[in-house]
Design a protein. Structure first.
Length: 187
């Protein structure tokens, strides 16, 4: 059971880096299976991630593997606790989304029919320091019943029933941010 889950995390982590949705050590993906959470290990670069760099923890944050989970594990746990329907999370650092969060408050405007259909709304959560309980709380609250949010000056979080679903929602958020930025009249 754990090998296919780890293989998915490796595949989509590398894809996120390849598509410019994150760089260097940034970003992390996770999958929840019952009471277990599989997440990128701390210090791992998504571009060359291996199955050995997938940490496993329980829903209480107890480390169950030989590698430590990402410093953003609190964020993932807060979302899983608030949203039992969520089975996978993509937290990435795409450039247009981060730029949009410095220029907007409230929400990112929805431009395309696809974003309207699959995302509905893209709220912007207020800035809180990375890896903190405060960031986990404001981001989980911003998600509420939507499947995507932008974290001010930090990145994005998307959720889904599968990692594939969460990943492609992340691409939609970044496309939305890019289109919004490119259509701004004051550029």
């Amino acid at each position: 059971m754990t090998r296919p889950i780890k293989a998915q995390l490796v595949k989509y982590s590398r894809l996120a880096h390849e598509r410019g949705l994150t760089a260097a050590f940034g970003g992390n993906l996770s999958i929840r299976r019952e009471n277990l959470v599989f997440i990128k290990a701390t210090g791992t670069v998504m571009d060359d991630m291996t199955e050995g760099q997938v940490a496993v923890m329980d829903m209480h944050g107890n480390q169950l593997s030989g590698v430590r989970p990402s410093s953003e594990y609190r964020l993932h746990l807060a979302i899983y606790r608030l949203r039992p329907d969520v089975k996978a999370i993509a937290h990435l650092h795409p450039p247009y989304s981060i730029v949009a969060s410095t220029l907007l408050e409230g929400e990112l405007p929805i431009i395309t029919p696809e974003a309207e259909l699959y995302l509905g709304r893209i709220p912007i959560a207020p800035f809180r320091p990375a890896g903190t309980e405060e960031l986990a709380k404001v981001t989980a609250e911003a998600l509420g019943s939507v499947d995507a949010t932008i974290m001010a000056r930090h990145g994005i979080v998307t959720v889904g029933r599968t990692l594939r679903e969460a990943f492609y929602k992340a691409e939609l958020v970044e496309e939305s941010a890019k289109l919004w930025y490119l259509t701004r009249k004051d550029r």
